[in-house]
Design a protein around this ligand. Sequence first.
Ligand code: PLP
Length: 383
Amino acid sequence: MAFAIERAECATLFDHKGRSYVDLIGGISVANLGHGHPKVLSTIREQLDKYLHVMVYGEFVESPQVRYATRLSSLLPASLNSVYFTNSGAEAVEGAMKLAKRVTNRSRIICFTGSYHGSTQGALSAIGDEYWRQAFRPLLPDVWHLPYNDPAALEAINDSTACVLMETVQAETGITVPESGWLKAVEKKCRETGALLMLDEIQAGFGRTGKLWAFEWFEVVPDVLLLGKALGGGMPLGAFIADKRLMDQLTEAPVLGHITTFGGHPLSCAAGLASLDALLEEGWIDTVKSKEALFLDRLVHPKIQSVRSFGLWMGVAFSDAQMCKRVINRCLETDKKDSVGIMTDWFLFAPNCLRIAPPLILSEKQIEWACDRILKAIDQSNP
Ligand code: PLP
């Protein structure tokens, strides 16, 4: 896109020419609390004055890591009590896949078509779209992809399965929600066979769906939860979270089952904790459902085929990718009168869908304005 961003504040980005953009994507589901929250910035400054990197992760006790892990566990079911911080979402996926192999002594990883899990070779093996995988073979062996939302396909989960790795709600297909009871059936099958249920909430987490964790909507509890993106409050951070009984198995044979130098960087952990606390204290998650309804109410146009949404997380579908691209480009064009545009994007596996995943702090006024602007962009986007 080659935007030269000078400054970002709340839900607005400013470029080097003084133009501003209402941010409808939050750095792809990272800036859930918006940009430049004063508490996050002051916490980063405080930590900056104390120390940055002091040792490879896990060797020393670093209080930002301990405080953040403790806080995360306090907000999760009792079995998710041990946090391993990583640098990124993909590294969390890598660590979690290793954990599943180590715990079950099995190698098969079951994933689903349409899932995205990251771009490193293990995570890439797990993503459910052949176009993105094909150029990089050979990838991990024994990774199976089942059709999503298909109860019959779950028969493939058996006592050779190390884990079922899946997004709680699929993002990159333009938002696909598990049908009623299906995720529960996946959980049941995992319990019956001893496969670990690993839910990737790297994009779904931190209130985007209207609950802190997306799995709360479906009344399931994963064995391993994967977090990233908004986890770091704008700093790079990922995590896989499991029961300590499972996680402890990464401490022996080999002694350091997953090694990361910068995982759980003290600045990232301090920023992430400050961001999570502010998100909860200021009550933004409670505003998600009504803001979603406002978007859905306003985004009506004959050229919009459908709006698939789950919280402040939407795919606006057009007839084809070219139409979507034209609308995105029109949205980016700033208005001559007030120099304000809209920052939006498409989805990896659904290029015909326009992405809406804004900071949760986006105001009702901004939503109304943004929807009008999108509708205008559609009118101006004739082939
Ligand atoms: N899982 C999901 C659902 C994601 O959306 C992403 C990133 O977009 C990842 C994993 C990988 O995270 P990262 O880009 O931090 O490696």
